[in-house]
Design a protein around this ligand. Sequence first.
Ligand code: FAD
Ligand code: NAD
Length: 464
Amino acid sequence: MTHFDLIVIGSGSGNTIVDERFSDWSVALVEKGVGSTGAFGGTCLNVGCIPSKMFVHTADTASAPAHGDRLGVDLRLEGADWPAIRDRIFGRIDPIAVGGERYRAKADNVTLYRGTAHFTGIKTLAVRTAAGTEEISADRVVVAAGSRPSAPPVPGLAEAGYLTSDSVMRLQDLPRRMIIMGTGFVSAELAHVFSALGTDVTVVGRSGLMLRHGDEDVATRFTELAARRWDLRMNRTAKGVERDGGLVRLHLDGQEGLESVEAEEILVATGRVPNSDLIAAEEGGLDLTDDGRISVDATQAASVDGVWALGDVSSPYQLKHVANREAQTVQHNLLHPEAPVRTDHRYVPHAVFSAPMIASVGITEQEAREAKREYVSARQDYAGVAYGWAMEDTTGFAKLLADPATGRLMGAHIIGPEAPTLIQPLIQAMQFDLDARSMAEDQYWIHPAMPELIENALLRLDLR
Ligand SMILES: Cc1cc2nc3c(=O)[nH]c(=O)nc-3n(C[C@H](O)[C@H](O)[C@H](O)COP(=O)(O)OP(=O)(O)OC[C@H]3O[C@@H](n4cnc5c(N)ncnc54)[C@H](O)[C@@H]3O)c2cc1C
Ligand SMILES: NC(=O)c1ccc[n+]([C@@H]2O[C@H](COP(=O)([O-])OP(=O)(O)OC[C@H]3O[C@@H](n4cnc5c(N)ncnc54)[C@H](O)[C@@H]3O)[C@@H](O)[C@H]2O)c1
């Protein structure tokens, strides 16, 4: 058995840990590969954030004609060349993954295993590679094994074959029609991508709202707008799937009884499960949470001394900026065990890169209500600020929640153009404890720029 100072499982956020400060550590990095190409570098780079946003930007460009009309500009989309778009995007990403792997493989102190690792005991792992199985152990282990798409147990789904975010972005051809199961992040983003490029999209959801974990007003607005673009089949239960040659048929049950929808492709976007089972976490003595994540404390330490976990395999937030931050915590705590730091999860923002865009930080109005917290809320429409007039926006808004006594922001939720960018000063205010009135009144806001949306929302808060 080969013994190392450190084993890292996963080359996504885990790959950022080992830098020159670890040059006198012997390190094993184990990576099984993601997506259809078995790529190095994890989900975000290969099958997640990065390619999806490159497709979203392309889809935004293809959607321009839909907005030209209200400005008096006559635009027409002549077509979208799917193979060219796909190859441009992966033509940039694939070399980065290959380069990252090459860089790791040539480091003298790092042994790169291209295979699947699972615990066989405390800080002991078996690694299955093409060459066979090898046992390795280490003084310290970092589990950064991520998560994978999960599919619901709908009869016939597995037999019919389905796409997930791992495969859909590399499709050979743009499908004429696509059914998307699920109404969360992946559904909202990829429905926009495929519909903007020319696919007829049907979205199937169990509840009445898309993005229903977000603020209720934002989710309601998003769902209303989504219904104008996509065939939304909400409040439906999937009863079965059949494949008929090149067609897939999904049988649904809803308030109006049984119905079927048909398409060339079905994309399952019903959440991701942590890869704690793939690594046999329990064999390694690691405690799990009720939903199957590796249990960690605020220093990212797992239940076995010398084992840390980060990112989707342990975090309640399946977000890259959180995985990165947690990786920094682990890196520090490996190097400085005498002075450990903790990950700050107080104000974790997220964005949905769809059309419209959404960004959110802090609590939602329904959470404030359920927690019986005293709050005031204010809403500012894009349509009420100068840049919103320029865009002729009629549907976007920013909504803020604040403590009326202290003026501290409790939550911020924006739906509309550039929401992920606009929200950043509000994240900063929450993190650095800036009260809403000072934020609104004690700085200049460039006129007539889009952040006047935030200024006006802040001024509308009815603070004591
Ligand atoms: C379509 C899509 C879009 C997304 N967009 C965004 C976004 O815009 N913004 C955002 O913040 N987040 C986004 N995310 C989420 C983000 O990608 C993840 O939160 C993030 O990549 C998690 O990083 P990680 O390091 O925990 O896991 P990963 O990057 O998945 O890394 C884990 C690695 O471990 C490997 N592995 C797993 N088990 C084993 C094993 N037993 N042996 C060896 N190797 C193993 C895997 O192959 C993988 O490479 C998106 C996700 C998807 C699917
Ligand atoms: N912009 C971003 O930051 C971004 C983008 C994409 C993905 N992600 C991350 O990836 C994760 C996975 O994305 P996702 O969209 O797959 O998950 P999600 O949790 O956002 O949404 C899952 C959806 O599937 C539905 N669902 C779950 N089980 C179902 C079942 N049995 N039948 C029918 N519907 C079911 C849920 O109700 C929900 O609508 C997200 O949680 C997110 O953290 C982030």
